[in-house]
Design a protein around this ligand. Structure first.
Ligand code: CMC
Length: 454
């Protein structure tokens, strides 16, 4: 093999190391332990190399990858994402086609079972989901009363999902595939009811029971907005809700799905697994970003302030919320679809006054070297918040809506790793603390550490 060139890169401890680019005739890598001269060839399979091979050569040397930027944690057949090419496919079907032609429950079926359903399968699936939309009445009527009146709906939802498991003693029997599907159906069915209950509680409004004559998005919208049987959502609003749910349904190994997979790998039940996923989603770097985008646009306030705001982002005073992505280094395909969908919604609801600021922000950012050089583009959260707001949702509900959409994805991953009998998630660490030292009696301690306790 010919050595073509060598370059320097940083190792986890910020020392320069040398990497060599070699011309190779086969799909493999060679790792050499320079301490011993021992080498190992590892085949590159489907774009990955097996870390078990690394362990054989280098026991006790860990692949240091905080944030898992270079680690594949699973072999999954659910969602294909190519961030360079801007591709997102569920079970092979492009997201653009599903957004136009499919329904949310059909997409949920696809994610869980791996294939699009026949009409008969879809009817049964829809029927099962519809049949499970109600919550146990004691639970529903008491659940959120223990919370402060202005608790964030995402906190309510997260607690609600955890509490739900207590009604189904069989939930722990996760080895039984039929039981798994029963719980998956229950969760997909009950999440909108839990979410709507959180919203109505936060508004001091009476609860609206699910109407089983409605389709999934209509049922949810009615539970949210109906007052005295007067609310019928406009078809364009139902369509936007359907698209939003579909676009959020899965996104391979994102932070909340990883949380679900990690918790699920301990053989926790699916309710606790989804609770962990909700908790991870809530953070502003992940699903909480949609809420922050609206708050950011409000703070910018006017078209003329956009340039100043961009400058403050470049000075690192703020992050441009709804921009940037670990995986997409190109336009997020979901953002493209949502940008178009936003105009359809605004044709019915009236233009969201924040849209102009958002468009200007995008235009200025995409022409600025700070964003160009870091390959920062709008992500799904940049436009979803504008649509949610125009549909009538308060900003505090945006992440809840993300959670509704993502529930089938979380459950598909939970189910997949149980089918594959995945090992418990248990990463290693590089220990960076003190070496062994002897206990010092309190009257002999000389150094005071500032631990913040006064
Ligand atoms: N505004 C300004 N600078 C940014 C932004 C941003 N939104 N995102 C990344 N950067 C900069 C960052 O400062 C860093 O610059 P430098 O190398 O000079 O220090 C560089 O770009 C790389 O950023 P990073 O934080 O190392 O990238 P990451 O892959 O760890 O983080 C991210 C990805 C999504 C957390 C981040 O881009 C971000 O915080 N974006 C804003 C929050 C957001 O919109 N989140 C929603 C993500 S999409 C929905 C979902 O799937 O959750």
């Amino acid at each position: 093999m010919n050595e073509k060139h060598s370059s320097t890169s940083k190792n986890p401890h910020n020392q320069n190391t040398t990497t060599h680019t070699k011309k190779s005739t086969d799909d493999s890598i060679t790792i050499t332990d320079n301490r011993t001269g021992n080498s190992i060839d590892i085949p590159i399979t489907k774009g990955g190399v097996d870390a078990a091979e690394w362990r054989k050569l280098l026991p006790g040397i860990w692949f240091h990858d905080p944030g898992f930027a270079t680690t594949s944690a699973a072999c999954s057949s659910i969602t294909e994402l190519d961030g360079e090419a801007g591709i997102l496919r569920y079970r092979g079907y492009p997201i653009e086609q599903l957004a136009v032609h499919s329904t949310f429950t059909e997409v949920a079926y696809l994610l869980i079972y791996g294939e699009l359903p026949t009409q008969k399968q879809l009817d049964i699936w829809n029927n099962q989901i519809t049949y499970h939309t109600f919550l146990h009445e004691t639970f529903r009527s008491n659940l959120y009363r223990a919370f402060h009146y202005d608790a964030h709906p995402m906190r309510l939802l997260t607690s609600g999902v955890a509490g739900l498991s207590s009604f189904y003693p069989e939930v722990s029997d996760i080895k039984d595939p039929d039981n798994r599907i029963r719980q998956i159906v229950r969760l997909i069915a009950k999440m909108p009811t839990l979410a709507a209950a959180a919203y109505r509680f936060s508004k001091g409004l009476p609860f609206v029971f699910p109407d089983n004559n409605d389709d999934y998005p209509t049922r949810f919208l009615r539970m949210i907005f109906d007052i005295g049987h007067t609310y019928t959502p406009h078809p364009a609003v139902v369509r936007a809700m359907r698209i939003l749910l579909i676009l959020h349904a899965d996104h391979e190994q994102n932070c909340s799905t990883t949380a679900a997979r990690v918790v699920g790998s301990s053989l926790a039940d699916p309710y606790i697994t989804v609770t962990a996923a909700c908790a991870a989603l809530y953070g502003p770097r992940h699903g909480g970003a949609n809420e922050k985008v609206i708050r950011m646009l409000r703070r910018i306030g006017s078209f003329s302030e956009v340039d100043n705001f961009i400058e403050s982002v470049k000075r690192r005073e703020f992050r441009l919320m709804g921009f940037g992505h670990r995986v997409y280094k190109n336009y997020d395909p979901r953002a493209t679809i949502l940008k178009e969908a936003a105009h359809d919604v605004f044709a019915v609801t009236g233009k969201n006054p924040l849209l102009d600021i958002a468009l200007k922000l995008e235009e200025v950012a995409l022409a600025d070297d700070y964003f160009i050089s870091r390959r920062l583009y709008p992500n799904v959260d940049f436009y979803s918040g504008l649509i949610y707001q125009s549909l009538g949702f308060p900003a505090s509900m945006f992440t809840v809506l993300f959670a509704l959409g993502r529930t089938p994805g979380w459950l598909a991953h939970w189910n997949e790793q149980l089918v594959l009998n995945a090992r418990i998630a248990r990463p290693r660490q590089i220990y960076d603390g003190p070496q062994q030292r002897d206990y010092i009696p309190i009257d002999k301690r000389s150094t005071e550490t500032d631990n913040g306790i006064e």
